[in-house]
Design a protein around this ligand. Sequence first.
Ligand code: CA
Ligand code: CA
Ligand code: CA
Ligand code: CA
Length: 494
Amino acid sequence: MTRLLRSNLSLILLLTALAAMWPVQRAEAIVLASDDFESYAPGSDLNGGSGGFGFAGNWAATGASGGGHTTVAAATLMDPNAVSNGGSQAARLAPTTNLGDIGNFLNRPLPTTSLDTVYMSFLIRPESGVENNEFYNFQASDGATGNSSNALGVGIRNNPGNPFFARVGSSGNSTVNSSTNATLGDDFLLVARFSKTGMSTTYNQTALFINPVDGNEPVVPDAVANHGAPNISDLSLFSVRNFNPDAGDVVWIDNLRFADTFADAVGVTPPAPTGPPMVTLEADADAFVQANQANNNFGSNVELLAKNQGASFSRKSWLRFDLTGVTFDQIAEAELTLRQPNPIRDFGGNANNLTYEFNVFGLNDGDAGEGWDEGAITWNNAPGNDTGSGDGVLANATLLDTFMLTGRGVDGGAIALNSQAILDFITADSDGRVTFIITRETPQTSDSVVHIFNSRETGIGATLKLTAAIPEPATFSLLALGGLAALRRRRRAA
Ligand SMILES: [Ca+2]
Ligand SMILES: [Ca+2]
Ligand SMILES: [Ca+2]
Ligand SMILES: [Ca+2]
């Protein structure tokens, strides 16, 4: 090898090493498949179409016998936040005859993926004829079509107002409506997140995001459905199920994309963070415990409960956050947010609009119980629990904040807690884990209401938002990199 070749090789090795050090997050992303419907002849039948890239086969768009129900035509779809621009053509789903339950209106094979989280994004315009009894499900599966327990999807529900929904499995499994209706003539950007959660090896959660403002994944989805029914560990088919469409109904879709990140699914680069670095963490363990089931564990329940009723039906809740991923040292703000279900079920009767006070305790840093196991925590072994009290804790826990609820609380409500004591508790943590304990101070009187908060298993559980202190100019660039790393971590965790 000549000296010249060796020196060039050294330069290449150096550049490769520098490239490896540089935080190019785009390089990690995978766009699995996408179609913007721009490559087809105007007016053409989508059936047999091979446009876009990444798919493992062509469009099958026969709809019902005879076909011709889906064409590619001139239309410019654009979501209200202008995150996704559909260009000059889109796919037009428009039955030419009245149809019934069309399980396989439209489909296209995806490259088989077993990623724990897969995002699907598309623009949609319900243009005409979508009525309360009509249903569109845009599904992913490992081959199943129609009303199958082995599919996950998002779409337009056959309910009053036609709300957008998230579904896991079939109509008999879990379907959760968002509060946004598929109003005629409007364009929407939908992002579905299909996940294997809670150590599952099969897909068990669909989260729906509607009209995101940019490429950052919102912390709180617009709807989340959870169910263990799908027995699938791979996704390999996109399909559309259509129920009761009529001749003349028109729904457009465009920019259909599958990717491993939210940003790549919507096709935009997330904006650089502005202001001080910030990170929002989800709980890494949570559970309620119950006095009269003192050795039972409720760690996988979708609810966190609180009630003060002595030695019988008292419940308290434990939540832990993992701080080891937080890259900034100085924290200026810490906010714990508890979330309530939407709607809150009637658990324990009408609360008669009484006012209830709740306590938020922190398990003292370094306590031997900090490593409590979500799958094993009980009334009897919960660290810091005063087992003889419906609301109390032991000396190894410290009161950090209180809050009030009227009645059962607020459907879909968020309770933000940001006391100085919470900030001090976070700042003083030495081992990267913090545990909060929620108890209801107000005892049962004339009612028996049990207060409900979402557990992390809902996908809309409690979060802990930490904001760094504003950096000095000299250290800004280093902290900015730290902020970027924190953002990447947040996106992975979400
Ligand atoms: Ca297009
Ligand atoms: Ca119709
Ligand atoms: Ca839990
Ligand atoms: Ca700690």
